[in-house]
Design a protein around this ligand. Structure first.
Ligand code: SF4
Length: 350
């Protein structure tokens, strides 16, 4: 197998034992990254590294199992349902926090959408569903329409979200006129269609991606972007500020910059929290007021935590952006700061 560092002979058993994600990259993405002028950074997103064998961590850093209410449906935060609709992606990111699922034949994918709809129907507090996986646009448009057959009749659902990196990996997928019709169908059902793109680096935003986004925006689809802060890829305020400015220019609102998670096989991508804060300050210094729409977030099993700053008292200040317990949302809390900390659990209590 070709790794970034060297070519090494590895057995299937060795790959499985170490949870090494399968290797696949679309031709489009390979050409885009090669021609972008940023290949030396972007290669780490999809090219395997020897470091994956040594990278310690967990395979479920956000407590996804304990929040699964029906096979494939998670209900962690009151208003949002997270639906895993596939275990496939067009290319595989080496840092994926769902390594336990993607590129494998996973038993965690939803199959009984009537059962899913029954649960959602009994939970009027849920106002939106996020289709994720894997990448929902790996499914045929016909299959996506079948899923919508179950979701659209639910009156209290106000929006349907799609979490996808397909616009970076294979923008051609969106040239399917049936897909445009699917977005229209969501609107005609009185709901918002929202696509959450996943651009980590300005070099991933191709001309084709930009064209796709502009044409779907003209159809009323809303776009937001989430990025992951990744060592060697985008741990640079200049790059992330350029990425977010470009997103704004094409009508995609950056909303989360995720702290890398301590995922087994991927924790070498983590950037220390102190450095992350410096980077987010650097990004904000380079953007205008209307472009600073992102939050620096740690998606912890206790909730989504916005990372704010290290105070003069040596404590790291954070705030719950999302929490299962409504009263905790918005609450600022702090922990003693440790220079090497990359995750909440690396900070001592007290
Ligand atoms: S596209 Fe998303 S789900 Fe797929 S491998 Fe990359 S990070 Fe994981």
């Amino acid at each position: 197998m070709r790794f970034i560092e060297e070519t090494r002979v590895v057995s299937d058993g060795e790959l499985q034992d170490n949870n090494i994600t399968r290797y696949h990259v679309t031709r489009f993405y390979r050409e885009q990254t090669t021609n972008s002028g940023y290949y030396d950074q972007l290669k780490y997103i999809v090219e395997p590294s020897i470091e994956e064998f040594e990278s310690r961590g967990s395979l479920d850093t956000s407590g996804e199992h304990q929040n699964t209410v029906v096979p494939g449906l998670q209900h962690k935060y009151a208003r949002t349902g997270l639906l895993l609709v596939t275990d496939r992606c067009a290319s595989y990111c080496r840092y994926c926090f769902r390594k336990r699922i993607v590129g494998k034949d996973s038993g965690e994918i939803a199959s009984d959408f009537a059962q899913v709809a029954l649960y959602i129907g009994c939970h009027p507090e849920m106002t939106n569903v996020l289709l994720s996986g894997g990448d929902p646009f790996m499914l045929s448009t016909a299959k996506l329409n079948k899923i919508l057959d179950h979701l659209l009749p639910i009156a209290h659902l106000e929006s349907i979200r799609f979490g996808t990196k397909m616009i970076a990996f294979e923008p051609k997928r969106f040239e399917d006129s049936a897909l445009t019709a699917l977005f229209r169908r969501i609107h005609e059902a009185g709901k918002a269609a929202i696509v959450i793109t996943h651009f980590d680096h300005i070099g991933e935003i191709s001309v084709d991606a930009e064209r796709t986004i502009r044409s779907l925006r003209a159809e009323g689809v809303q776009f937001l972007n989430q990025s992951v802060l990744l060592a060697k890829v985008n741990d640079d305020p200049e790059i992330l500020a350029a990425t977010f400015a470009k997103c704004h220019e094409i009508g995609v609102r950056p909303y989360y910059l995720f702290q890398g998670r301590p995922v087994k096989g991927a924790s070498h991508f983590q950037v220390p929290l102190r450095r992350g804060i410096e980077i987010t300050h650097g990004i904000s210094q380079r953007l205008s007021g209307i472009e600073k729409t992102f939050k620096y977030i740690m998606s912890h099993h206790t909730g989504k935590i916005e990372i704010l700053d290290v105070g003069d008292d040596g404590r790291m200040y954070m705030r719950y952006h999302q929490n299962k317990v409504l009263e905790r949302i918005g609450k600022i809390f702090s922990r003693p700061h440790v220079e090497t900390a990359c995750w909440l659990d690396d900070l001592p209590k007290g």
